[in-house]
Design a protein around this ligand. Sequence first.
Ligand code: ASP
Length: 367
Amino acid sequence: MSQTTELRETVTLQTVTQDISLSPRIAIIYTGGTIGMTQTDKGLAPSGNMAQRLSQLLSQQPDGIKNQLTSFDLFTLEPLIDSSNAQPEHWFQLAAMIWRYRDQYQGFILLHGTDTLAYTASALSFLTQGLGKPVIVTGSQYPLEFENSDAPNNVIASLVYAQNNQIQETLVAFGGHLLRANRSSKISTYSHQGFATPNLEALGHWRDDLFSLDGSRLLPAVVTDSNLYLSLSQAAQQHQAQVCVLKLHPGLSADLLAPLLRAPVQAVVLETFGSGNAPDQNQNLMALLKAANDSGIVIVNRSQCPNGPVSQSYATGSALSECGVISAVDMTCEAAFTKLHCLLQAGLQGDELKQAFKRNHCGEFSV
Ligand code: ASP
């Protein structure tokens, strides 16, 4: 990780909104993003002092909300970033941090920019499997202090859900919806409802001071020893897997793609047409995909359509399977990409990687 993008962690303040002796404690990890931005000469930029800003926000809440809130510690990562600058190393660093503080907190909240929130949230869903605690990821389309900002509601809902010990997985709380992190994608650049899970109904909703949760659809509790993921996350800060996303489009030639389908690339998310189709009449392109697969590059087929799985109902889809390309079913691009990253970091390659990719680890595709 380069010096400029490394996030350092500092506990900036312990903020108490209720009697701490009675209340569980939540860790809020602030990484940057619009939620904490203020106006500068160059436009919106990440801004600090979040502990005080959050305290002020909570003190302004009506009693119906205040009664549902709890104490939290704020961790500020430095430098704060616009999430367009988030790198895979950040996911691993955040996961390692959550594992390290696992026993100190009842739940974790990540305040993150929305642009790459779905990538970080998906990665954390894989990297914190077995944590046994809620990890709630949120952000906002508008800064905390802007009039009619979506930030206050998202923060408050996150604080409520992060205390719920029924939740033992990573979820995104955004715009009134509680979403499985590894099924979520950013769907709007401006709407308060900026995220959706196109292939899964929301797991909860909130409005005013009512926070619902469909507990029957949460992942079952599996608490594991942290060592595997902690050491994986720590190791991944030194070495990075090489995964890329390639989108098919009419006219894409083998010549154009060839430089990308070779080392150091280890795995590819191939965004295909419709239900997982590719131009099978382009024999050079198909031969290139097969050669890449034979050389050990794992290629996964995921549709450019947000909704629905890939299948082999068309000859143009089964041609890809014949090249060794495997199905991502209805995974989001973000989930497929981060899953490949995590599995590569865990040392898997070739067929082992393919088998592990096909397994449903934490609700990332429909079965
Ligand atoms: N560019 C911002 C970010 O991702 C957008 C946001 O947070 O809404 O950090």
